[in-house]
Design a protein. Sequence first.
Lengths: 259, 274
Amino acid sequence: MNHRKFQRTLWASWLGFIIVLVIWQVVASVGIRDPLVFPGPASVVEAAIKNVPLTRLLEHIGISLLRVIMGFSLGAAVGITVGIVSGWYQKLGNVLRTPIEILRPIPPLGWIPLAIIWLGLGESSKVFIIFLGAFFPIFTNTFKGMVAIDPNIVRAAQTLGIQKNRLLFKVIFPATLPDIATGFRVGWSYSFGLVVAAELIAASSGLGYMIMHARELSMISVIMYGIILIGAINLITDYLIQEVFLKRRLKWHYIETAF
Amino acid sequence: MDTIAAIEEEKKGFQLSDRWIQIITTVAIIGIWELLSRSGLIKPVHLPSPTRVASTFFYIMREGYPQDITIFIHIKATVWRIIQGYLLAVVTAIPIGLVVGSHFMLERVANPVVTFARSIATISLLPLAIAWFGIGELSSILLITYGAFWAILTNTIQGVKQVDVTYINVAHMFGANQRHIFFRVVLPATLPRVFAGMKIGLGVSFMVIIAAELVGTVEGLGALIQQSRLYYRTDITIVGMIFIGLFGLIISFGLDRLERVMLPWAVGLEEVKR
């Protein structure tokens, strides 16, 4: 896209949000529905400030994020390790990939009942679900990245007399990093949706619990507030992962593909 | 393509084929699972033996769980919800995406809103859907629609935007009018991306429906695994998960096939993107 044209029309990005907010407020004010059932943006903010104290809110956010981070790091660690091992040792990889490919079509949420049977209603079942959500995309991308490396890179390194270990850690692993990064992003937003789902079904804290609890009390404004908050946190964390972390660490890769 | 495989192959002569390794591994896993269950190391409440799961498999086809609701009724309920919600998303998202994608300013205005709407976890809308539409069909269908809608919309918009300008210029030079250009050039060039969005959307629909069914429905695969958990019928939960897995497999495989038949010119899209 033309960069100057992009800059000149930057105001348009905000216009979209303003239009949505205005329409939402107008529809709510006209009062086709009871404002308790369909609150406008103003009453959502008002109710949220009144009913959800900031400390409580931060607690919910903190707990949800902690769960995601625990499950995600576990999933990332195992996913990358198994992915690299599967790509490096072909036979062993085939053995490892068999159960993974069998289990992969089951969405992580389908594991919730079994996770509760195995691990109870506590933290570990939620972390397990998020682990699954992070593991599968990170594993798949790592493995795909390993086997899709340009053979010429490997051959060049071999021609220059590289040792096997160095070939893996200095050539193949760095070449796989962009794919791992893709897996990270997919896995992260996946994990984030999963923590909310897991908290809706069985939890007594966290953002998912907050909105499910608000439903029981019929506080629709709080539900809406929670939904928007969940979206915003997902967006912000995804941005942080992509811009601050990945683009800086993988500058050499993104320079080629940057628009 | 397979670098490491190629390196390995140069070194070795005869070896077991991949297919056999997979079969042997699967059989070995089931065998170990059966042995562990029989020896009592794993309690049947936690993980019933494969033979138990197999017999439950047939039980659930004949008798059903809960009483008289056979697996086919569960599958039918889930499939029917997906079809309704998904189709609603397809017929709304594609036209909107085509219009938004072909107007620069419209796309600029819509883009942040779409990005935000997409990052809202669909499942988090469940409490709101229940509060508005009650627990039941309508809630789950609309949730599916929401999840699939944004996936299809973003991909359609991207598809239109990425149409090579050269194509349009060439069509112009040969005297094609606006309508011709849209239907004969832009639309076919956009379709592979639309299809990619539809694939993602169907995957999302499937995940959303399982989650929605876990909360308060009686029929459906999600309901089956949740209900059986409440009564510690782990064998039924596992059979339900097997069906969910098969279902997921059919969805991804079926769509890949369909894509190759319907959009032969999209072959190699994966390579182009790299």
